[in-house]
Design a protein. Structure first.
Length: 191
């Protein structure tokens, strides 16, 4: 699978600044000390660390040298935080919680199931994958292979291979909120 192209723009400057601040603090230096070593104004170091400045290449070279690291390490440290935290804002219905992640191993989906509504089989897009359905709120009925029906309530989780789970039906007076997680490492390989 091809990964998304790397992009670094003005919106990434705060992350670069935080990374530089972490490196500076780890070295035990103050902004004034780094500025003096880099031949820059202390306000420039503060602006870069605060993500309020788009530093030129010579400024980045000077800051990297003052911190005792290479420019690629500065960028790597800043982009490493890309994988640390990703926020996906849920809407009132279904939401792909893995959106924004590059090559995620776990695919997560938030689903809202109204009373009497049915979905199924639970979509995950990966044949033979291991999956888990967690009932965050409400009551649902799960149909599994062999025709068995299981009642799941708030806090209950169902674990299955894709294909073993039929459909889910909303029960109770209110809509049920579900979290469906698929482990794509467990996909069945079909030749």
């Amino acid at each position: 699978m091809k990964s998304a192209p790397f992009r670094f723009g003005k919106s990434d400057l705060p992350r670069l600044g935080r990374s530089m601040r972490e490196l500076r603090l780890a070295s035990g230096r103050t902004q004034a000390e780094v500025a003096a070593l880099a031949g820059l104004a202390e306000s420039t170091v503060g602006a870069v660390e605060g993500g309020r400045s788009n530093p030129s290449l010579p400024t980045m070279v000077a800051l990297a040298a003052a911190l005792g690291v290479s420019i690629d390490r500065l960028v790597t440290e800043a982009t490493r935080s890309l994988g640390r935290v990703s926020v996906t804002r849920a809407n009132a219905g279904n939401c792909d919680l893995s959106a924004g992640l590059v090559n995620p191993v776990l695919m997560a989906r938030s689903m809202r199931l109204l009373q009497g509504a049915r979905i199924g089989p639970v979509p995950d897009g990966s044949e033979g994958a291991a999956m888990m359905v967690l009932v965050l709120d409400g009551v649902v009925q799960a149909s599994v292979a062999g025709g068995e029906r299981l009642r799941l309530e708030t806090g209950d989780a169902l674990h299955a291979r894709e294909g073993a789970l039929g459909d889910l039906a909303g029960l109770g007076a209110q809509a049920a909120q579900l979290l469906c997680v698929t482990d794509t490492r467990c996909r069945t390989r079909t030749e």
